[in-house]
Design a binder for this molecule. Structure first.
Ligand code: AMP
Ligand code: GLY
Length: 427
């Protein structure tokens, strides 16, 4: 088979790695890809939002399967375009990707189908939002821009003043563009966060092993929100009991709800969950693999990813026995110092050869490029160092050891990825 992957981050590198392990695949292309992906795939200079060019490329090169990694093209309807051209593609259609593309849609869906989530109200008018905050709000409170905002459209406000400023930022100043035409105001929840990703075929849903992300830039969950500074899998806080509850009350119900709405969900459903003292609730849905969740979940998957993705497209996921290794993985992101605000790029990345032929160790490129024949930094998040281990502690020790194998001028990382594991008292 010939496979095309759309995207350019660490997530797409992890997908490409898994696809390269499939016995069914002879050739991988990636649009646009990065320097790490280029080791596994032929990178094609087409951007993820250039739908016409992607479709034309897939036709001309007789691509058997296209895998969409990123949220923007999915929400924009790239899958519909591929299907119209008679091409096989993995990902939700536009009418299903809206589960990520509009927070108002996903909150209304959860309310209508009784799926546990934080209490909320939706607003299309800034004055009405402020009036609500002045009369009904309990602080802290959470403001969310309705649309896609690179994971930055969520504001947690401790006071009425902060919340009013938040309304100004989202709805009037339009800091997140048209994503702020609507806004959700929701109850603040406390607890442990966990990401559960699932394969879906429109009718059936099969969850993967759990993971936990670290969104803040600095140790101790301080600093600004980022795209994710590291992950571990599985989450020891996501117990068998919680899983049984979520299977019934969240995953199955979400699949059935989307079907009932005529929006059959085919692809990866990412459930961002909060394990609260009052039960587990949905924080958000995404319509794709998490980044950097994919970097710890996919290396532990035993199945051939092509078999699973094809079963999703064909509606036969119930026939797949989805299996994960009985071990653990940790991913530590090496970033450019200053991320997510401002940082320098273009520095040579040294030591990548140390990962060659090392089983269970991966350097997933997030922001890299090739300049004058050298691999250089090309983004805020540069490389996700993933290592497996028999236990979470071992995986973490291995991952941190491997972070020393790679160097570049302004290398920055968190030193407490997976520290929560110690609190869980597990191994
Ligand atoms: P989201 O993009 O909806 O996942 O929100 C980004 C982050 O904001 C989440 O990962 C949480 O850490 C936080 N967050 C979102 N909604 C809430 C909520 N209702 N209560 C507490 N924290 C939240
Ligand atoms: N790691 C969170 C996300 O991919 O949205």
């Amino acid at each position: 088979m010939k496979v095309l992957i759309v995207g350019s981050g660490g997530r797409e590198h992890a997908i490409a790695q898994k696809v390269s392990e499939s016995k069914r695949v002879d050739k991988i292309y990636c649009a646009p890809g990065n320097a790490g992906i280029a080791e596994l795939a032929e990178c094609v200079d087409i951007k993820a939002m250039e739908f016409d060019k992607l479709v034309a490329f897939a036709k001309e090169n007789a691509i058997d399967l296209t895998i969409i990694g990123m949220d923007d093209p999915l929400v924009g309807g790239v899958v519909d375009e591929f299907e119209k051209a008679g091409l096989r593609v993995f990902g939700p259609r536009k009418n299903a990707a809206i589960i990520e593309g509009s927070k108002a849609f996903s909150k209304d869906l959860m309310k209508k189908y009784n799926i546990p989530t934080a209490a909320y109200e939706t607003f299309e008018d800034a004055d009405a939002a402020v009036a609500y905050l002045e009369t009904k709000a309990v602080f802290p409170i959470v403001l969310k821009a309705d649309g896609l905002a690179l994971g930055k459209g969520v504001l947690i406000c401790n006071t009425l003043e902060e919340a009013k400023e938040g309304v100004q930022t989202i709805m009037l100043d339009k800091k997140f563009g048209s994503a702020g035409n609507k806004m959700v105001i929701e109850e603040f929840m406390t607890g442990r966060e966990v990401s559960v990703l699932a394969y879906c075929d429109g009718t059936h849903i099969k969850t993967m092993t759990s993971a936990q992300d670290h969104k803040r830039a600095k140790d101790g969950d301080q600093g600004l929100n980022t795209g994710g500074m590291g992950t571990f899998s599985p989450s020891p806080f996501y117990t068998k009991e919680i899983d049984e509850y979520c299977q019934k009350e969240i995953y199955e119900k979400t699949m059935a709800a989307m079907k009932a709405e005529g929006r059959d969900f085919v692809g990866i459903l990412f459930c961002g969950l909060m394990i609260t003292p009052k039960g587990t609730k949905v924080l958000e849905y995404n319509a794709r693999f998490g980044d950097p969740e994919a970097q710890v979940v996919l290396p532990r998957m035993k199945n051939d990813i092509i078999d699973v993705m094809e079963a999703c497209i064909d509606g036969t996921l119930d026939q797949i026995d989805l299996q994960f290794e009985d071990n653990a993985a940790v991913c530590v992101v090496l970033a450019s110092d200053g991320y997510p605000v401002s940082y320098e790029k273009g520095y040579e990345i040294k030591g990548l050869e140390n990962f060659k032929d090392k089983d269970g160790y991966y350097a997933f490129h997030a922001g890299s490029a090739i300049k004058d024949g050298k691999v250089v930094t090309n983004g805020g998040r540069v490389i996700g160092i993933t290592a497996k281990g028999a236990t979470l502690q071992e995986a973490r020790a291995n991952a941190y050891k491997a972070t020393e194998w790679v160097n570049f001028e302004n290398k920055y990382m968190r030193h407490d990825i997976g520290k929560a594991i110690d609190e869980a008292g597990v191994n």
